[in-house]
Design a protein around this ligand. Structure first.
Ligand code: ADP
Length: 487
């Protein structure tokens, strides 16, 4: 037998044979090969020993008086799946050997055999037991890892039966029933969002990979307290080598503390903006009093300084207004007053109002009139959306440029576009301009005052109206913002 590489590993072997010569021969040869060998002179004794002790390998004669080799195989299969059985066949009958292999024997060795033949067969079996042990170790390691993860883990097969889960998952979903192995997913949860993403994953085509995520809110906390729990679930498929989807793996994280922090932040920002706004307005009116000469004569130099001060303070007022808007949107308060509105009227008013600002920069601002159907929207929010887009268009367009506003019906939507011939936005910046506080920094836009909150507010309002916003832009040539609102 090729010596076992790991000398510290001693396979435990049981030899069951009614022939003394065979028992003693095997004992001698295998003990020399660093195996721990026990022997039994018949099937009954063999089974008793197997019940008491775990063996890696069992060598059993097929034909013995009383309990025969076939019965030994059947018992071993029942009790120790990882034990490898080799049958010793007396008459070298192929049929019996094949029968034994079908019952679960790993290999066979015909009598009489030479020490070398025995070594070869046992050596093969040892390699097999080592592999089985490695798999078993790997499995326990994996199970321990999954059990102690703080995140919830849920694995299903292709037919949505649960094949693996951990205690964290049960706690998060507040499940207290019986064990869930091989149970349908519905036994654990009926949450539509969660089952929805798992369905989405199981419905992928072979070879396709996708991560689907969603926020879920189980009704109650698993630990019995009444606070709302917020969870984030992410599902992915697992596949076999040919890409066929075998099931889904879902990881669930508890994001309640993040949500709570976010709510606290919004409340804080809202409170601070509120508190800041009124003193700022007072400062503005006091500056105006000074500038108007109502508190005594002011020199040209002083007027200049006061003008600069008042523009900075106006910037702060705008920032606090935007922050307030944002916290109102987050609290779901922005689009409460939806009614039938004629968007063209709103656009006409806005464009009229903005003409002064456009003229200051020698920009032509135009609106293409059209007959539009009424839409269900919050008028004030619509003013905010298009006011922001037109202000940006004027702000980010150099003197002498053009800003045009158009609106038309496109299928079930109204499509409103605001185009300019301005600086444009670099392709890599486009996805970021809707992020809070994000401002593109280029030589030309560096000096414009802004908060980076306009577009996020616009996007939130549009989405609260079930609409979409997108932008097409070319650096140096201009940008067009498209807003679509359902009719
Ligand atoms: P703000 O204008 O206060 O900086 P916004 O959220 O309205 O914030 O816009 C974010 C960024 O997007 C701006 O800083 C600007 O760089 C870019 N941007 C917005 N509108 C336009 C436009 N029409 N043309 C070019 N860049 C624009």
């Amino acid at each position: 037998m090729a010596r076992i590489e790991d000398q510290t590993y001693q396979p435990k072997i049981l030899v069951i044979d009614d022939e003394k010569r065979i028992r003693e021969g095997c004992f001698r040869i295998l003990t020399k090969e660093n195996c721990l060998v026990d022997v039994a002179e018949n099937g009954e004794t063999g089974l008793r020993m197997i019940a008491k002790k775990y063996y890696d390998i069992i060598l059993t004669d097929l034909m013995m008086p009383g309990i025969g080799g076939m019965e030994v195989i059947a018992k071993v299969r029942e009790q120790h799946l990882d034990t490898v059985v080799i049958v010793i066949t007396g008459f070298a009958t192929l049929e019996h050997s094949i029968e034994a292999m079908k019952k679960g024997a790993f290999d066979f060795i015909p009598k009489p055999f030479t020490p070398d033949q025995l070594r070869v067969v046992v050596s093969k079996a040892v390699r097999m037991t080592r592999t089985l042990q490695d798999i078993a170790t790997e499995k326990t390691r994996f199970k321990t890892l999954v059990s102690y993860l703080a995140g919830g883990v849920l694995v299903t097969d292709k037919s949505k039966n649960i094949i693996l889960y951990n205690p964290a998952l049960l706690r998060m979903l507040g499940y207290e029933g019986r064990a869930l192995n091989d149970q349908p997913l519905s036994a654990l949860t009926t949450d539509k969002t969660l089952t929805g993403i798992i369905d989405g994953i199981l419905g992928l085509s072979p070879g396709e990979f996708k991560v689907l995520s969603a926020e879920i809110m189980p009704h109650e906390r698993g630990d019995g307290s009444s606070d709302q729990l917020y969870l984030r679930a992410q599902a992915v498929p697992f596949q076999n080598r040919s890409g066929e989807i075998l099931g889904s793996v879902t990881i669930i994280d508890d994001i309640t503390h993040l949500r709570k922090l976010d709510e606290m932040k919004s409340a804080f920002v809202s409170m601070v903006s509120h508190e800041i706004r009124s003193p700022l307005s007072t400062i503005l009116s006091q500056i105006k009093v000074l500038m108007d000469g109502l508190a005594g004569e002011v020199s040209a130099k002083q007027t200049d300084i006061l003008g600069k001060m008042s523009r900075k303070v106006e910037g702060l007022v705008e920032l606090s207004n935007n922050l307030l808007d944002l916290s109102r949107i987050e609290a779901g308060l922005i689009v409460q007053d939806k009614e039938q509105v004629q968007l063209m009227d709103i656009l006409e008013n806005l464009v009229g109002f903005m003409q002064t600002r456009a003229r200051e920069k020698n920009i032509s601002l135009s609106l293409k009139k059209a007959n539009l159907p009424l839409i269900n929207a919050d008028g004030k929010s619509m003013e905010e959306v298009f006011g922001n887009l037109i202000t940006n268009a004027i702000m980010y367009t150099p003197e002498g440029g053009k800003v045009s506003v158009r609106a038309k019906v496109k299928g079930d939507f109204l499509e409103i576009s605001v185009s300019d011939t301005g600086y444009g936005i670099a392709p890599e910046e486009v996805p970021r301009i809707f992020e809070r506080f994000y401002r593109v920094k280029t030589e030309r836009t560096r000096t414009t005052i802004g908060t980076g909150l306009g577009l996020p507010i616009v996007k939130s309002i549009v989405e609260a109206h079930n609409g979409t916003i997108k932008v097409e832009s070319k650096e140096g040539a201009g940008s067009t913002f498209y807003v679509r609102l359902p009719i």
